[in-house]
Design a protein around this ligand. Sequence first.
Ligand code: SAM
Length: 318
Amino acid sequence: QTGDSRAAQIPRYVRINTVLWSVEDAIQHFVAKGFALKDSFPASKKEFSKDEHIPALLLFHPQVSFQDEVSYKTGKVILQDKASCFPAVVLNPPASADSAVIDATSAPGNKTSHLSTLMCNLGTLFAFERDRKRFSTLQTMLSKAKCKNVEPINADFLAVDPMDSKYSKVTHILLDPSCSGSGIVNRLDYLVESEQEADSVQEDRLNKLASFQLMMIKHAMKFPSVQRIVYSTCSIHAIEDEHVVRAALESAEALSANFELAPPSQVLPQWKRRGYANEMHDPSHAASVVRCLPGEDATNGFFVSCFVRSSADDEQEQ
Ligand code: SAM
């Protein structure tokens, strides 16, 4: 299969920005525009359906364009691949006036706006982005989606002092750092070519990315009140996924702060495709992480894991 033919199998996923629009009103709007609501994958350009795993996510036929759709222009809907909706749902951020959450690597901002929506626009979501140009894209996205609880910060997350009192109440962190992007379907053709070109160059690049990704997780574990950290990539390589998680679990930061993997029941339990057991030190850990395979799952390739701080009570029970 080529990247193009795989892309043709991915529905047009449309996430309702529930701060601005209810799912019921959105459905009524699309029905009034002539679309028929179905229970199954939309078979024609005139059908749509509700996603079975992600609340407030609608599926349209891959060839339906939203560029001229008013709800898209006004931020009431966000065009976001299904797999890319997993991290915010798994992080499950709190929604109250004193909630404090970090998105460590935010631009272009789809997951930031998803987090903001799940927080019902309450509390504070600190959204870091290192790159200046991408930071400006993030700002545009946040204003279009009318996110009111986000404080965008143009800075390197690794340079942030976890002991800064500003972040003392942060309980949840989303880490979706730069990765090889090897799961992105329309890049697959290119990747096949580049893989043929030089395996050693690719291996070196993946190793460098994995060291950086591990550093980001270890840094997040240093925030004093953090209870839950989601780490995700759009890479299909175990070296950036299971191997990074494995190294993070064995790190001094995880051991001293009592981090372990969240149980499978907290990580999209209805999603069948889990991690590669043979790539984890403890094969039982594979059930705690989620994978999406391009060409198989009607999404791009994706990986999601979640670290939680075990409480003193949990330890006494063991
Ligand atoms: N979560 C984003 C979304 O769903 O729209 C996509 C994030 S993208 C995979 C990774 C982003 O992290 C890039 O924009 C990159 O510039 C930024 N980044 C990489 N290293 C960073 C760091 N140390 N601190 C802050 N941002 C960083």
